[in-house]
Write a protein that binds this ligand. Structure first.
Ligand SMILES: CCCCCCCC(=O)SCCNC(=O)CCNC(=O)[C@H](O)C(C)(C)COP(=O)(O)OP(=O)(O)OC[C@H]1O[C@@H](n2cnc3c(N)ncnc32)[C@H](O)[C@@H]1OP(=O)(O)O
Length: 221
């Protein structure tokens, strides 16, 4: 099935910043999508965002995506890249199978949610949650392989943050197996205090007081 993906990025004068046009051709049927779907402003990286090359620690030890205390989790690791980019890696294990020997698509979407959430949270340092996540599965991802995911901030529009990511199979320059785009929405702390687990939030808040853990609380409590 032929897929053609073309991403063109341009500055739109003083009105806005990013306009990426995504052209997809599937079996001769063409559809043109603009990404981000609305006019956006350039992402404002927080002055306290980790510097390029910084290896990120988990924002919450029980997070399914990156938590070290989550035995069934994805145990993803991430590093800050150049510009508005975070590099993450995810190794597919037998627990992540859908078909025999192949990663489950939902698990792969989860890995992208994590990678995209990481670029948003770590670079903007505002609590934000996924509002919409769209994933294109382009190649099967076998058990034992590692996906090298590059996630990038594409722009902001008020509380809306747009980010996209590509997952390369086996190596950072390997073939693209999965792509994803997401809308994150910046939320107040009440989002977590009203709907989340109060005890776990208190534990997280307390651990954020430890000097080496000050990175945790302001990202995604
Ligand atoms: C470092 C961290 C890594 C973590 C990675 C993992 C991240 C996650 O998985 S978070 C968990 C999954 N997500 C959630 O549980 C979110 C559940 N949803 C919600 O709480 C709410 O719907 C929420 C907060 C997204 C939006 O609600 P609310 O705050 O009332 O804002 P609302 O006015 O509806 O939306 C804000 C804007 O976003 C737009 N928007 C919201 N959802 C969507 C959507 N699905 N599609 C398109 N636009 C949307 C709205 O149209 C609105 O746009 P505008 O400002 O132009 O009017």
């Amino acid at each position: 099935m032929p897929h053609v993906l073309l991403i063109a990025r341009r500055a739109v004068g003083h009105l806005g910043y990013v306009s990426a046009v995504r052209v997809v051709s599937v079996d001769g049927v063409h559809s043109v999508q603009q990404w981000p779907p609305v006019e956006t402003q350039p992402p404002q990286v927080h002055p306290k965002a980790p510097e390029q090359g910084a290896e990120l620690t988990s924002h919450y030890s029980e997070c399914f995506g990156c938590g070290e205390d989550q035995p069934g989790g994805l145990h993803m690791s991430s590093t800050i890249g150049a510009g508005h980019v975070v590099h993450s890696s995810f190794t597919v294990s037998a627990e992540h199978q859908g078909a025999p020997g192949l990663a489950h698509g939902g698990l792969l979407s989860c890995a992208f949610d994590e990678a995209l959430g990481t670029v948003v949270g770590q670079l903007l340092r505002k609590p934000a949650v996924t509002g919409k996540l769209e994933t294109d599965f382009r190649r099967p991802v076998p058990v034992g392989s590692t996906l090298h995911i590059t996630a990038e901030l594409d722009g902001t529009a008020g509380r809306k943050v747009y980010a996209s990511a590509r997952g390369h199979l086996g190596a950072p320059d390997g073939p693209v197996a999965v792509e994803a785009r997401a809308l994150f929405v910046v939320v107040d702390l009440e989002h977590f205090t009203e709907h989340g687990d109060q005890d776990a939030l208190k534990k997280l808040r307390d651990s954020a007081r430890e000097p080496e853990r000050t990175d945790r609380w302001d990202i995604n409590p």
